[in-house]
Structure formats: C-alpha cells, structure tokens
Write a protein that binds this ligand. Sequence first.
Ligand code: NA7
Length: 536
Amino acid sequence: AGRGAPTTLDVVVVGAGFAGLYALHLLRKKGYSVRVYEAGDGIGGTWYWNRYPGARCDIESIEYSYSFDEQLQQEWDWPARYADQADILKYINHVADRFDLRRDIQLETRVTSAHFDEKASRWTVTTNRGETVSAQFCIMATGCLSTPKQVDVEGIDDFAGQCYHTAAWPRGGVDFSGRRVGIIGTGSSGIQAIPHIAKQAKHLTVFQRTPNFSIPAWNHPLDDEQRRVQKAEYADLRQREWNSILGISRFPVNPNRALDATPEEREREYEARWAMGGLSFYTSYVDLLVDPRANETLAEFARRKIRQKVKDPKVAEMLVPKGYPFGTKRLCADTDYYETYNRDNVTLVDLRATPFQKFSASGVTTQDGRFHELDALITATGFDALTGTLCNMDIRGRGGEVLGDKWKGGPRTALGIMSARFPNMFVTTGPGSPSVLFNMILGNEYHVEWIVRAIEDVRKAGRVAIEPTQAIEDFWCQHVTDVGNQTLFTQADSWYMGANVPGKPRQILLYLGGFPAYKATCEDIVAKGYEGFAMV
Ligand code: NA7
C-alpha cells in the first residue's frame, strides 16, 4: 500500500488480527484488490494490544491456530500447551510473511468513517490520516474485545502514578520492582496478570468487585514427541472441532446430565475435569448451563477448591463466587491465581463491601476510610465488547442511517454478519454470532469464508450489492434472545450481556445455540439462494 496505490478497491478490511489477515489472504487469492487498515503499529489485533504480564490463550494452541493450511499447521511448532501472547504474536507475524500479506496492510491507520454511497453501491472509507478510499465491500474485522473499558471513579485523573490498561500495555513492558501497585478487575486478564505482578511488585492490592470462577490451566511445555503425536491427528482433530459446541475437541463431551448422576459420580467427573483443567468444565455435563440445580453442584465443587487453596479463611470467602451461575461469566483458566493470595505482599479489597470513594495523587480511599497508597494502577476492567468499536465508528448505511443510532437499543444483525440497510458491509464474529464462546480462530475462518463466498456470489449473479432484509434481521435477533433465555447466561452481569458497561442495554449479545447449529443455518440460507437476503 502507500504511494501510487489505487484509491478504488474491491474490498476494504478494517483490522489486521486473525480475521482480517485471513480475509486478505483469501480475497487476494481470488483476485480481488484489497487493503487492510490497522490502527496498531503492528499486526495481530488482540494479541498485539494485550501484552500484559501473563497474557496467554486459554484454548490449547494446537486448536487455537489457523486450520486453513495443512502445511502451515504441520510446520509450525508451539512451545507450550497454551501459548503466551508473545508466541501467538510470533505466529501471526509468521503467517503474514508466509503468505506475503504485509504489502496490502497499512499500519498506524485508524478507520474513522465508512459511508455507503447508494448511487454507486460503494463504501467511502476515511482514515485518521485524511485518506479516503472507495470500496465495493467493507469487512469490519474489528474484533469483539477491541474497545477497552475505563473506570470512572472520582478523582482518578488526579492520580499521579503510572496507569495501564491491560489491553493497551506498553510495548517494552513495565518494571514494577519496588513499587506499590493496585489492580482493578478480576476477569481473565486480571487473573492472568495478578500472579506475575505480585512476584515483582513491592506490594500488590487487588480491587475486586466480583469474584470469578477460575480453574487451573495446567500449562506445560511441549516436546518434539508430543508435538509429533498432536500433528499426526490434526485432520481428525479439526473435524471434531468444527462439529463441537465450543470449537475445542481436546476435552471430552459428557452427554449425561449432572442431576442424573449420584453425588459420588459427579465428584469423580469434576475431579477428572479438574485434572484436565481450564475450560474442560464447560462440557462436563449437558445440563450445567441450563439448570440452576445442576450448575450449583459444580459451583460448590469449585468453591470448595478455592477454600482449600487460600489459607486465610476471610480472604478465601471474599474470593468465592456467589450469586451467579458457574461459567456464565467467562470461566477463567489460571496459573497460581488463588495461591497468590497466600503471599505477604498481596492484599485483597472487596469493592462490594468497601467501594471506592476517591482517588488522589498518591492513591485511593475506600468507603471504610482506608487509604491505599499506590505508585501504579492497572485497570484490567475489560471492554465495551462486541458493539463498542462499531458503534464508535462513523458508519452510515442507506439514507445516511448511523449504525450507532440503529444499535442504541442493542445490536441488530442477521447471523451476526450483516445489518439491514448496510449493504456490502460484513462483520466477523459480530454480535449475534456464536464466536465468543467458540474457538475464535475457527469462528473467524468460517465467517471470512462465508463472506468471501457471498462477495463472489454477488459478482457471479451480476449484481452489485447484498443486504439482509428487515425480516431476517428481526427473526435472528429474536432467535438469539430466545435461545439465550433458555440458558443461565442471562443471570450474570457479564460482557456477554452488555452488563459490564453502564448504560448499555442488557441483553444476550451472542448466539448460544452452539456453532454446529449456527453453521447449519448459515449454510442453509446460502443453499436457498441467500434466503432472507436481497441482492440488488
Ligand atoms: P472482563 O472479563 O470484563 O473483566 C473485567 C473485570 O474488571 C471484572 O472483574 C469486573 O468486575 C472488573 N471491573 C470492571 N469495571 C469495574 C469498575 N468500574 N470497578 C471495579 N471493577 C470493575 O475483562 P477481561 O479483560 O478480564 O477479559 C475479557 C475476555 O478476554 C475474557 O472474557 C476472555 O474471553 C478473554 P465485574 O465482574 O464487572 O463486577
């Protein structure tokens, strides 16, 4: 890209993470002119920004990697069961070089607006560098967790120490030696970062609003023999992933119901899952996420484990999750998380009992009158997930309708991929798709393949645009809500529910019918000539 590059393109892709890179690769292979815009000064999306200590994937690398190229997956060596941020970023950069992707990626360029020109049936895309391009199709590969959420506490701007959000971590890292550090947030990011920061800092104060369920990851290095065995079964592994609910096939799926099992059988099952670690609990019984009594059997098991690990019973009680079902906030996978609270230099503050009162230059006071002196503050406070990035961009469809206005009461999509009156604009792993509870790499691959096929089908049909009808969008939104309501997910104040951002409408933002059912619906629609979509 750059000098002399055309300002008229077939496709603009926004974002150079896993989805954007694959979209570029596939579209270019099919002969389309494509440019990818990326806000960061490097590629990798989530894995570029989230470089906090301990950042690691909690899906095994053998599965959390591209499946589209057999040679790539046979040649790449993952050093550990779960890869850390640096290894995943290395992999992404390898993929970019391997498929010669960089020449069509423009870094340090943020797309600020995308307006649909109805007469031309094209998108006019503008960047923060004042550049404007015209593209027939626009793919928003902007990610689900790409707008970090800041905290709003009185006086926080007066705090004179260093402040870091886990999702905007400085490139060279941070040295916390000798410092008094505070961290807000105990989701996946906080739970991964806390053990690392505690080892380095003079003192770490963890400000916890809601305790999470976390299971040991049991991460370990992989040797050549283990990698050879894994790679030998790749074809079968991928097949099983595509047919599974979570896109993970390394953990067995138990087809039984927890409530049909005896307490002893349940205990055996849960102990076996504990030994597998991490997300394995999601498939331990089929009724866990739909029946509160089933869920409670597992929640109690997990609470007992926390009480066994944390020496101070008062601290243990603060860490024990209550009041929402197991797994309905994203289950965390950790390394030495609970053990960290047995250290002398770690303090846990329960923000429900003692909320923040006010920040000053040197720390924060909680409502019990205690002053916590801090040299640095880490916010592991999550994201305006799934909708934030798209709603903050100036996206205008037919009649100048602004996407952020259309989605004020909640996102409106068909299949999580398109929105009515925004023709030729596609989203990967968008709201209303199942991807955030599925192996994200496979979810992205499927979306990219669906989108590229749709683009080709528009061209083949001699048409200029495709868009969903209002009817299919209404149907899909209702379906997502109905399916969500059959689960326990609606009972937690999670980012899945939009409940982590003040003022955001509370509704289920992902499709919980499972990926195989989702994919079948998407394929069926195409087989019926894009039923519910209009080609103009
Ligand atoms: P999460 O999972 O949204 O966690 C954010 C954490 O920050 C969570 O413990 C929140 O408590 C806490 N939080 C957020 N806002 C505040 C305020 N204002 N005050 C105190 N505490 C606050 O984000 P992560 O980055 O950890 O993980 C995101 C996803 O990445 C994860 O689900 C995986 O899929 C990978 P709350 O629970 O809202 O009370």
